[in-house]
Design a protein around this ligand. Structure first.
Ligand SMILES: NC(=O)c1ccc[n+]([C@@H]2O[C@H](COP(=O)([O-])OP(=O)(O)OC[C@H]3O[C@@H](n4cnc5c(N)ncnc54)[C@H](O)[C@@H]3O)[C@@H](O)[C@H]2O)c1
Length: 397
């Protein structure tokens, strides 16, 4: 790619994370692409592939209002197009038609990450996959081999690595202000509508630890440089099973880690997706670290804004993840660590194509496929422990 060539982007998936399906918002991926345009940065064609024509028309409607809101003109070429029927292979057609240089952003249910991302890598596209890279180490390793074989860049969209509260934690731990970590406590939960409505069609292919817990597994790995050694996990059923959904309400995972200095510590990660719809934020999340010389507590739900209105009651919006801000001339801009994570990938791909950076250089500073293997290994071990009623399971990867 020379400096004048524009990058084409294929987005695979048109659900909640891409365009806000099932929510009142616009998701994160389309807002990030519009924000790229809003900032006047170079962009080629954007392709969007889903399985059903209805998903495509919904994404188009969302994009129309987003463009109006942001004062942008992002256009999409869509697969299948409005006329055609259901086609789970539509992204393959898009991969054949998209001109190079191109990259792919894969936002499909967890159990399809390996197949879809694998096909993107085989087609020579630098690929960003939403977390978890895959539910098993075997699949994650397969993706790493494909990425290496085809000489393309692969990263996981672990946006919490861009959250300043977590970067501060990494800094504090690196400066050894807390001494040796002894234990981490994480609580992370979302509303009942996530498993019962939004993910209804694939809820059984995941669980709440795999969906939310994995974020903080990655943050602990990122912030400490430690290696996960063994895990044990217990699940509880209740509200979801009573409503015909056969998955855990809550999963509790304990992970034993070995730090770079050879000392061990524990992390206890409590997750659920049965919060009331009336809770004041989409994500209820906090992390606490106890070390031999101090503690660090980060309330990642209550970020300083509380709003109450006749229409929606009490809300505590997260201004740091993916939020609108006045953008000038009556338009809005999108900012936050979710936006930053996606734009960083696009920027990295452009720099790779211009030979200004190498895949090896990105390896030490980004959530690359290889750097996220530990999180996939923990997810797989947690799933094994759940199946063995909470037995300790070695983490192997
Ligand atoms: N919702 C979030 O906040 C969030 C955040 C980060 C990551 N994720 C991850 O993103 C992934 C998708 O989550 P979501 O929230 O968008 O789910 P969703 O159920 O709302 O959407 C999934 C989308 O994938 C599409 N899809 C399925 N098979 C496909 C195929 N063969 N080709 C093209 N499209 C296909 C579906 O049509 C649907 O549009 C999951 O791995 C999830 O863990 C979600």
């Amino acid at each position: 790619m020379n400096g004048n060539e524009k990058l084409n982007i294929l987005v695979v998936g048109a659900g909640m994370y891409v365009c806000g399906r099932g929510t009142s918002g616009y998701g994160t991926v389309l807002p990030a692409l519009c924000e790229w345009r809003r900032r006047g940065l170079p962009l080629g064609e954007v392709f969007l592939a889903a399985t059903r024509p209805e998903s495509i028309s919904y994404a188009r409607q969302r994009l129309d209002s987003l463009n109006e809101l942001m004062g942008t003109d992002l256009a999409l070429r869509t697969f299948p197009d409005d006329e055609e029927g259901r086609d789970p292979e539509s992204y393959m057609l898009a991969l054949r038609e998209i001109s190079r240089p191109a990259c792919a952003i894969v936002v499909v249910p967890d159990h399809l990450h390996c197949k879809v991302a694998g096909d993107c890598l085989k087609a020579g596209a630098h690929t960003l996959v939403v977390k978890p890279l895959a539910p098993t180490v075997k699949e994650a390793r397969e993706l790493i081999s494909l990425q290496e074989k085809h000489g393309v860049y692969g990263a996981v969209e672990f946006h919490k690595r861009f959250d300043r509260a977590n970067l501060k934690l990494k800094e504090v731990l690196g400066q050894e202000k807390l001494g040796d970590p002894l234990y981490f406590i994480v609580e992370f939960s979302q509303r009942k509508s996530v498993p019962s409505k939004v993910f209804e069609s694939w809820v059984k292919e995941s669980n709440i630890f795999q969906y939310l817990g994995v974020h903080y597994v990655d943050i602990i790995y990122f912030a400490t440089g430690a290696v996960p050694r063994r895990v044990m996990a217990l699940g509880q059923t209740g509200w979801l099973r009573d409503h015909g959904i056969d998955t855990y309400d809550a999963v509790h995972g304990t992970i034993e880690w070995e730090g770079p200095n050879g000392k061990t510590f524990l992390s206890h990660i409590f997750t659920n997706w049965i919060d009331p719809e009336s809770t004041s934020a989409m994500s209820d999340q906090r992390i606490k670290v106890i070390g031999t010389k101090g503690r660090y507590e980060s309330d990642q739900k209550r970020r300083g804004i509380e709003m109450v209105t006749d229409e929606t009651g009490v809300e505590e919006p997260n201004p740091d993840f993916c939020s609108t801000y006045p953008g000038g001339s009556g338009t809005v801009s999108y900012q936050g660590y979710g936006i930053e994570s996606l734009l960083t990938f696009i920027r990295d791909v452009i720099e790779l194509n211009q030979n200004r950076i190498t895949i090896e250089q990105l390896e030490s500073v980004r959530p690359t496929f290889r750097d996220t293997l530990a999180s996939t290994a923990v997810v797989e071990s947690v799933n094994k422990s759940l199946a063995q009623s909470g037995a300790w399971v070695e983490v192997v990867y």
